[in-house]
Ligand binder design. Structure first.
Ligand SMILES: C[S@@+](CC[C@H](N)C(=O)[O-])C[C@H]1O[C@@H](n2cnc3c(N)ncnc32)[C@H](O)[C@@H]1O
Length: 206
């Protein structure tokens, strides 16, 4: 599993790596653009909303929201990713923080119209995901939504099939969402929208 140093080293090539995997429809980033666009379009339903991005990386999603007038807070543990994102969003509140420790106090003081997270929460175990998602949902405004895009599957069979087909570069240190298994521990409002053979969007309302 990559730590923050690994992500610092990846930062300059990150967008290119994603593009190659996405354009060829390959694990892990097949459907990446459609997943981010689905989340972008959902946030755009509300003008000037307050958005928190967990693991914003190079800011591919949030910099577009920022340019469209949304107020952005973000958390990431890679200083190199943060510096790339900050160059695109100079007035966003970007915090260097490891989400395995929960949320920083500066974020806990706020509430959000949308909390978004793409390709980041698979770094947490399912138990950690559930605890973290519960913490995130408590920060949503009354009609707020948590939108998660990630490597994800409806069933364990689909994950196993993808793993077999990609065994040479499968990352066994990552914990991908399996909707059929995790749905019982998530709020009952949780919906899963599969988008590619290995990715989809979770929508969790307050
Ligand atoms: C695969 S990138 C996704 C970036 C972006 N959200 C996207 O969709 O392109 C994962 C991001 O999560 C961050 N990240 C991974 N584990 C983290 C952790 N424990 N705490 C904070 N950030 C983390 C990494 O630094 C990286 O920027």
């Amino acid at each position: 599993m990559l730590n923050n140093v690994g992500f610092n080293l990846w930062a300059d090539n990150y967008d290119q790596t994603v593009q190659v995997s996405e354009e060829n429809g390959l694990y892990p980033f097949a459907g990446y653009k459609k997943i981010l666009n689905t989340i972008f379009n959902e946030v755009m339903q509300k003008d000037n909303s307050k958005v928190l991005d967990i693991g914003f990386g190079t800011g591919v999603l949030t910099s577009k929201l920022y340019s469209n007038g949304h107020l952005i807070d973000g958390i990431d543990f890679s200083e190199k990713m943060i510096s790339i994102a900050r160059s695109k969003m100079p007035n966003a509140n970007l915090f260097e923080w490891d989400i395995s420790k929960g949320l920083p106090s500066e974020i806990l003081e706020n509430t959000y119209d949308f909390i978004v997270s793409t390709y980041t929460l698979h770094h947490l175990t399912d138990e950690e995901k559930v605890a973290f998602i519960t913490e995130l949902v408590s920060l949503l405004k009354r009609d707020g939504k948590l939108l998660i895009g990630d490597v994800s599957f409806s069933t364990r069979e689909q994950l196993d099939k993808c793993r077999q087909e990609n065994i040479a570069h499968w990352d066994d240190d990552e914990f991908y969402f399996v909707y059929d298994e995790i749905k019982f521990s998530l709020p009952s409002t949780c919906e899963f929208h599969p988008i590619s053979h290995c990715g989809g969007v979770f929508v969790i309302s307050k």
